[in-house]
Design a protein around this ligand. Structure first.
Ligand code: MOS
Length: 704
């Protein structure tokens, strides 16, 4: 069987593992030229002069663009895109900002000539060190439609009256997406129209950005892609490199390919901004929370308005009668940050869930019992019931699978040979981001089914799950279904991010497939065997149906969130305190699971990333130079196989009709949630050292 709920293997797998899949940078094209960006080497400066003599004389150079000869771009108003346009004036606001674009007939020649561009700067004072001065902040702008502050009840009265109080400061590091595929754009200008192949998570967002910047009608711009080699938020929305490639193609009348270097991926499409979070919890002696205060100072940019919404989902975690969350933005001379899997709550849970562990110790309570004590079936912010919450079952199954009851309460009380062993856990919550989507499903007389929708595959399993949904509705095998995606000529679909694609696009595909089936039945088909006869009776070669889906008015809906629980076991050598993760158990509540195999892969990947967040990933900024120190995968640590232990994940399934007609909520970012705090809590249990920041490094544990 191949319908919903079946463990179908990745339909896109064979092409990817055999190297047949073409990514944007691989697309062959005659007459193509190569563009290389020259990045600013200063974080804040004015360009005094740019000497192009040597670069212009270099072999193969076709064109060089600087702020002197680049056309004026239009303002872009695509939410979350970087508003500061490239090559418009002499101002530099971040290291890595493009200050010139060199186009040549080969990549090597373009790279060589780009190095010959000589830029002289008048330096101006800069502020690129987040932690240096946390007093200079501003109230964060509303972001993604979410206001910076949210509160209910009287937090300070509850705090003052409480029997137990706990307050701590928690920090998370700057992190970079580090997708395997560097972002790439291939721009072709022909007959007044722009054709762009781009590794974007949102073809319509990219189209809007390019059209607005180049003063074009969106109808003059077509953006497409097939597969994306990892996006994780970095390839969402619009960035200067796409606009530059499109501009150069138009100005030169030649196709232009621009592939970011690995170093440029660290400065050209965002990163997860560092945070400094204060969490204050108050409770009664029995563990009942009376208030939660979560104040976040987050790193931002003078080049954009990204806000790392660390506290956005905090209110939905526990049954506290009073809560308050705030976000303050500290703008820096660094590039605009971006969403990065798992953004927002993925960062905030580190603070809140370590604080909960600390509170459990302060109360002398089991950390899981403290979570259960404060379980809520309604969203405390508005009293609305959750759509289909199964968190209690997640705790129960997770604790059993993990063997939580074997845990001895006292820190440093468990060991295995030379290693101190610790058990830690975390809850997790993720709001359901959902967006309107459209799709078309067709069938021909051979029984071949074709889905068309402008969604993007970012490597998450969508290219398998979406065909399964259509196969299920039509009652045909999945190998009869093909998917055409990632193109602005297709039915409009949202950007792929925020764990929204299956809910949003999948529901539109289901709607189209159901309508198509109804038409086939109306034309005489009794079932799948009768489809060809129905087409013959209608005297058509193929038949199609358009489907659509949009989320219901949130005011009229219950609170739609996914939940889960993560349990971690770590081992820490007593003399060389490098924490090693020994086991992770994750249990997730995300509604109906479309494909248990791809879903499990998603969770596994997320947990691996959570281990990176806990122990490895940190982009260090050099305070003297105002730049990220290691713009490569040698200096930016991500987990390798040797870092990854047994990962055991499962779902508590339910059908959530409020989230989507499929009963599904999103899972993409779920696996990356709760892992880092669970590991931090396990490290405390193992060592007795409380580390309130991630990544946890050996030096944090070298005490006493
Ligand atoms: Mo996700 S960080 O919205 O790609």
């Amino acid at each position: 069987m191949s319908g919903i709920g079946q463990a179908v293997s990745r339909l896109d797998g064979p092409g990817k593992v055999s190297g047949r899949t073409l990514y944007i940078g691989d697309i062959p094209l005659d007459d193509v030229t190569y563009a290389v960006m020259v990045p600013a080497t200063r974080p804040h400066a004015r360009i005094r002069t740019i000497d192009l003599a040597a670069a212009t004389a270099a072999p193969g150079v076709i064109g060089i663009f600087t702020h002197h000869n680049t056309p004026r771009f239009g303002r872009i108003d695509v939410p979350l895109s970087q508003p500061v346009m490239p090559l418009q004036d002499d101002r530099v606001l971040y290291e890595g900002q493009p200050v010139a674009l060199v186009v040549a007939d080969t990549l090597e020649r373009a790279t060589h000539a780009a190095r010959l561009v000589a830029v002289a700067y008048d330096e101006t004072p800069f502020d690129a060190d987040f932690a240096a001065d946390l007093s200079r902040t501003e109230v964060a702008p509303a972001f993604f439609g979410i206001p910076p502050d949210n509160a209910k009840g009287d937090v300070s009265a509850a705090w003052s009256a409480a029997e137990v109080q706990l307050e701590g400061v928690y920090r998370t590091a700057d992190r970079h997406h580090s997708a395997m595929e560097p972002a790439a754009t291939l721009a072709i200008w022909r007959d007044g129209e722009l054709r762009i192949h781009d590794a974007t998570q949102g073809v319509f967002d990219a189209r809007a950005c390019v059209a607005q910047a180049l003063h074009l009608d969106p109808e003059q711009v077509r953006v497409s892609n097939t597969f994306i080699g990892g996006g994780f938020g970095g390839k969402g929305w619009g960035w200067p490199y796409q606009i530059l490639a499109a501009m150069a193609a138009r100005e030169l009348g030649r196709p232009v390919k621009l592939v970011l270097t690995r170093a440029q991926t660290f400065t050209s499409h965002g990163y997860q901004a560092a945070t400094h979070q204060t969490v204050a919890l108050s409770a009664q002696r029995d563990g009942t929370l009376s208030s939660i205060r979560h104040d976040s100072i987050v790193a931002g940019s003078f080049a954009g308005d990204h806000v790392e919404g660390a506290g956005w989902d905090t209110h939905a975690l526990y049954a506290s009668p009073a809560f308050s969350t705030t976000h303050r933005l500290r703008r820096l001379h660094r590039g605009n940050p971006a969403a990065m899997r798992a953004p927002f709550g993925g960062v905030g849970l580190v603070a809140v869930e370590i604080a909960m562990d600390e509170l459990a110790y302060k109360l002398g309570m089991d950390p899981l019992a403290l979570r259960l004590k404060n379980h809520t079936d309604v969203d405390p912010s508005d009293g609305k019931p959750f759509s289909a919450k199964k968190l209690r079952a997640c705790y129960e199954i997770g604790a059993r699978r993990f063997g939580w009851s074997d845990r001895r309460a006292a820190p440093r009380s468990m060991r295995d040979g030379r290693e101190l062993v610790g058990y830690g856990m975390s809850s997790l919550v993720l709001r359901a981001y959902r967006f309107a989507a459209n799709a078309r499903v067709s069938i021909d007389r051979d029984g071949a089914v074709r889905i068309e929708t402008a969604t993007q595959d970012v490597g998450q399993g969508l290219s398998t799950v979406i065909p399964q949904i259509a196969a299920d509705a039509l009652g045909v095998p999945v190998d009869r279904v093909s998917l055409v995606l990632g193109d602005t000529i297709l039915p409009v679909a949202p950007f792929t991010g925020g764990s929204s694609a299956t809910m949003s696009v999948g529901s539109a595909v289901q709607d189209a497939a159901v309508k198509l089936r109804e038409r086939l039945i109306a034309a005489g088909a009794n079932g799948p065997e009768g489809y060809a006869g129905a087409l013959a009776a209608l005297n058509v070669e193929s038949l199609s149906a358009d489907g659509t889906w949009a989320p219901a008015d949130p005011e009229a809906s219950p609170a739609i969130f996914s939940f889960g629980a993560v349990f971690a076991e770590v081992g820490v050598d007593e003399d060389i305190p490098i924490p090693r993760v020994r086991r992770i158990v994750g249990v997730y509540d995300a509604g109906k699971i479309m494909n248990p195999k791809t879903a499990r892969s998603q969770m596994t990947g997320g947990v691996v990333w959570g281990i990176g967040q806990a122990l490895l990933e940190r982009s260090e900024t050099d305070p003297r130079l105002g730049r990220f120190v290691s713009k490569n995968l040698a200096g930016y640590l991500v987990p390798v196989n040797a870092d990854i232990p047994e990962i055991n994940t499962t779902f508590v399934e339910s059908f959530d009709p409020h989230a989507s007609p499929l009963g599904a909520r999103g899972i993409g970012e779920l696996g990356a949630l709760g892992v880092a705090p669970a590991i931090a809590n396990a490290v405390f249990h193992a060592t007795g050292v409380r580390v309130r920041e991630v990544p946890i490094r050996p030096e944090h544990l070298l005490v006493g």
